[in-house]
Design a protein around this ligand. Structure first.
Ligand SMILES: *[C@@H]1O[C@H](CO)[C@@H](O)[C@H](O)[C@H]1NC(C)=O
Ligand SMILES: *[C@@H]1O[C@H](CO)[C@@H](O)[C@H](O)[C@H]1NC(C)=O
Ligand SMILES: *[C@@H]1O[C@H](CO)[C@@H](O)[C@H](O)[C@H]1NC(C)=O
Length: 326
């Protein structure tokens, strides 16, 4: 059993080369050396592309401004190592085996302007994944064949974002609310995804229809479903979807208003009838009461003479009808 990897001539020669190189172009800023199999220059660029790396390089200069780790087999971006690089402006992670990016991954990269995550195996982008990247201008995240979900608020805080490319993924819907709110966005790549051209995606289709110039490869931004829309351009079906999706809603609204109108009409009629009946009854009651009061007054006048008998009658019966009964 070998405990240490056998040193082969190739990396050794590279290390010697690197040592010589750093000796020649000794930069006071790069003081912590350079990772294995990477090339660091005095412009604070660290180039590690195509080195069969399976893990994120260690021993990166703290002042690194550009880091290129494309065309490797890296499966994870460790938040701790990455967030030491607070001066990082340019990060190219394309063509690796990244499956997951979390909220903490880019937690401290406030100067990062360019990020490339294309040609990886990402499947979903969570809320706030790119939240801390307030200086991000360009985000490329193309060719992740399993990427089918991007949280509606994933880009909400990337106010500097100008170019976003999510072409050739597995996206079917995207919530355009947060994208529309990005003040600097001027180019969006959506082509090569199996877009759903149903009402759920109406906003996106309308947007492409209205501002086609913003979309890279707009001609390739086509519907993947439903079957009868397959291959049609999103911009082309935008208006059709609007009519389609609101027509059904309109007829339901119409029906609703007819029913409500009828109910209000019926309630009005019934209440008017009830009110009429009550009025008539009340009037009759008042008339009757008035008539009886007249009779009563006459009685009172007659009892002026025989006071005691009248008083006894009132107390005994206490009823207006009594004069006739007694
Ligand atoms: C990805 O990297 C591998 C290995 O370096 C390379 O062979 C391949 O051509 C690269 N693919 C793309 C699309 O750049
Ligand atoms: C793309 O998404 C669909 C479901 O929306 C899924 O069935 C399919 O397997 C996905 N494709 C890849 C390559 O992951
Ligand atoms: C889009 O996202 C916003 C914010 O998360 C939400 O309020 C809205 O309802 C979403 N729209 C659709 C159509 O899902």
């Amino acid at each position: 059993m070998r405990l240490a990897p056998q040193p082969s001539a190739q990396p050794l020669r590279l290390i010697i080369l690197l040592l010589v190189a750093t000796g020649v172009t000794a930069s006071p800023v790069i003081s912590t050396g350079c990772p294995d199999r990477c090339v660091c220059d005095d412009q604070l660029v660290v180039q590690c592309a195509g080195q069969h790396l399976t893990t994120f390089p260690v021993n990166l200069p703290l002042a690194t401004r550009q880091l290129i780790i494309s065309n490797n087999l890296i499966v994870e971006l460790p938040p701790l190592s990455l967030n030491y690089l607070s001066d990082l402006v340019y990060l190219d992670c394309s063509n690796n085996s990244l499956t997951e990016i979390s909220e903490s991954t880019f937690g401290n990269l406030r100067k990062l302007a360019y990020l490339d995550l294309s040609f990886n195996t990402l499947t979903r982008i969570e809320d706030r994944t790119f939240g801390p990247l307030a200086s991000l201008v360009m985000l490329r995240m193309t060719d992740n064949p399993g990427l089918s979900e991007i949280h509606p608020d994933a880009f909400t805080e990337n106010v500097a974002l100008q170019v976003l490319d999510v072409s050739r993924n597995n996206l079917t819907v995207v919530n355009v609310t947060s994208l529309l709110a990005l003040p600097a966005l001027r180019s969006l790549g959506l082509s090569g995804n199996p877009w759903s051209c149903e009402c759920e995606n109406e906003d996106l289709c309308l947007w492409v229809h209205l501002e086609g110039f913003k979309f890279q490869d707009e001609g390739q931004t086509v519907c993947g479903s439903p079957a009868d829309m397959q291959g049609r351009r999103l911009g082309e079906v935008g208006i059709q979807l609007r009519t389609l999706c609101h027509q059904t809603l309109g007829s339901w609204d119409y029906l609703f208003f007819v029913v409500i109108g009828f109910v209000i009409f019926a309630a009005g009629t019934v209440s008017a009838w009830v009110m009429g009946v009550i009025m008539v009854l009340y009037e009759r009651y008042i008339k009757k009461k008035d008539g009886q009061l007249d009779v009563d007054e006459e009685e009172d006048d007659t009892s002026e003479t025989g006071r005691t008998s009248g008083a006894r009658r009132d107390h005994g019966n206490g009823n207006l009808k009594t004069p006739h009964d007694v």
